[in-house]
Design a binder for this molecule. Structure first.
Ligand code: GLN
Length: 453
């Protein structure tokens, strides 16, 4: 199926058939032989996984869905990939995304869009639409994504899958091609909360190769998911974020959200309302901080060090002109838009007004969360204001595309963890429910997520 056209979904950019079959055969042989080696196998050994093509893998291409990295092979593995290899999960291949993870629909891929398995005329979310669609279409039981402003959670929501953005620093970013380093996190995509917990425990933990990695143990996530699956939420305070619902949220999304609150109340949870007044500035601040970091992180794609090199058609071959021709041809429109925005926001004379103010907003958002978590153990909101929209419907309107992330961005700005779990359907399309927890309290997400799913 995966290398036979994927029934039109196009979740994969590269299929890693031979290596995946070899790893699966190796696990089979170890199990058949029994003994100590079989006992020592990781619980996920032999379970196939798809990898977002922003995470570098030795021996397979990594493109970031950009022409800039067409045909480029990483000489090393990301830390999460080393862990996956050690646990013997067959890697099925690399999944599609918006170019360099910039977008909410996977339409900004240089290699054509991914489609939503629920309705092939609709988007699978983004930027990690390929990973979410691979899981939703039963091509892969597990996948890896990255989340800078919602790219694991929003695709999870619109494809009816589970996605987790871990606490910042909880999973090593070493080998994830950087978009906005202060916001990026690698995380799991799965069909159930428990599956996600197994994958999260495997990839999490301290990594000396990532200077922002937390120096502590991965929390007990599997146990938390198992506790949640009992359905008992007695004593758990769930805070409804006043600002992330109502106006701007589709009626069907709001209806499923309200039913989720009822289900949680019936399970014994205490529902309280919390207010986060500074969230209204989150999107604007994100679209200053993120492009600023993008403009710096993507400066390394200069036509010399990685991938594509384009020579100017005429005139002298100076470094500057080769760099210009390479970046003009190698980057797509959305990537260029963000590099230009970021370069402007960081330029002399504007730095304090734009980047400086956005950083202050970031602090205010963190304080809103601190106040909310004084009243509630977890917070809840719809993951996305709308269900999957039709391909092409927002591609020419960047602002309406950006609005898809209103509910997911605050977590990245504060470094806290978030999960999306399926919350039923609206007119035949999945609705996602998001929970947020304080930093390092990822286990709470697994408990409440498993209780609701
Ligand atoms: N959709 C958001 C953006 O375009 C989030 C991207 C992401 O999380 N990688 O920036």
């Amino acid at each position: 199926e995966i290398d036979g056209g994927e029934r039109g979904v196009h979740a994969f950019l590269h299929v890693n058939t031979d290596e995946a079959l070899a790893v699966a055969a190796e696990v089979d042989a170890i199990r058949a032989a029994g003994g100590a080696e079989a006992e020592a196998l990781h619980p996920l050994a032999g379970v196939p996984i798809a990898i977002k093509d922003l995470i570098v893998t030795k021996g397979q291409p990594t493109t970031a869905a950009s022409k800039m990295l067409e045909g480029w092979m990483s000489p090393y593995d990301a830390t999460v990939i080393s862990k996956i290899r050690a646990a013997k999960l067959p890697m099925l291949g690399k999944t599609n995304l918006d170019e360099f993870a910039m977008g909410s629909s996977t339409e900004h891929s240089a290699y054509g869009p991914t489609r939503n398995p629920w309705d092939l005329d609709r988007i699978p979310g983004g930027s990690g639409g390929g990973s979410a669609a691979a899981v939703a279409s039963f091509e892969a039981p597990l996948a890896l994504g990255t989340d800078t402003g919602g790219s694991i959670r929003q695709p999870g929501a619109v494809t009816g899958t589970v996605g987790v953005k871990p606490t910042y620093g909880g999973v090593s970013r070493y080998g994830a091609i950087a978009m906005a380093s202060s916001l990026d996190q690698i995380g799991p995509v799965a069909r159930t909360v428990l599956d996600s917990a197994y994958l999260h425990e495997l990839i999490g933990g301290h990594d000396p190769a990532d200077s922002t990695s937390l120096n502590e143990q991965v929390p007990a996530l599997i146990a938390a998911a198992e506790q949640g699956a009992t359905g008992d939420m007695t004593g758990v305070r769930v805070g409804v974020i006043k600002e992330l619902q109502g106006e701007g949220y589709e009626a069907g999304v709001q209806a499923r959200f309200d039913e989720s609150l009822e289900a949680l109340r019936a399970a014994g949870a205490e529902i309280v309302e919390v207010s986060c007044p500074n969230f209204k500035y989150a999107l604007a601040a994100y679209y200053l901080i993120m492009p600023s970091e993008v403009s710096s992180n993507l400066a390394k794609f200069d036509g010399v060090r990685f991938g594509t090199r384009v020579l100017p058609e005429e005139g002298p071959l100076t470094i500057e002109r080769v760099m210009g021709a390479t970046r003009a041809a190698g980057f797509g429109e959305e990537v260029k838009r963000r590099i230009i925005l970021g370069t402007y926001a960081l330029s002399a004379g504007y730095y304090d007004a734009y980047y400086g103010s956005a950083q202050k907003v970031r602090t205010l958002i963190q304080r809103d969360f601190d106040a909310a978590f004084a009243l509630a153990d977890v917070l809840i909101s719809p993951t996305s204001p709308n269900v999957a929209f039709e391909l092409g419907s927002k591609i020419d309107d960047p602002l309406s595309m950006y609005l898809n992330d209103v509910a997911t961005i605050p977590a990245n700005m504060a470094g806290i963890p978030g999960i999306t779990v399926p919350g039923g359907l609206s007119e035949g399309l999945p609705v996602g429910i998001q929970f947020l927890a304080p930093a390092r309290e990822d286990a709470r997400l697994y408990r409440v997520g498993a209780a609701l799913e």
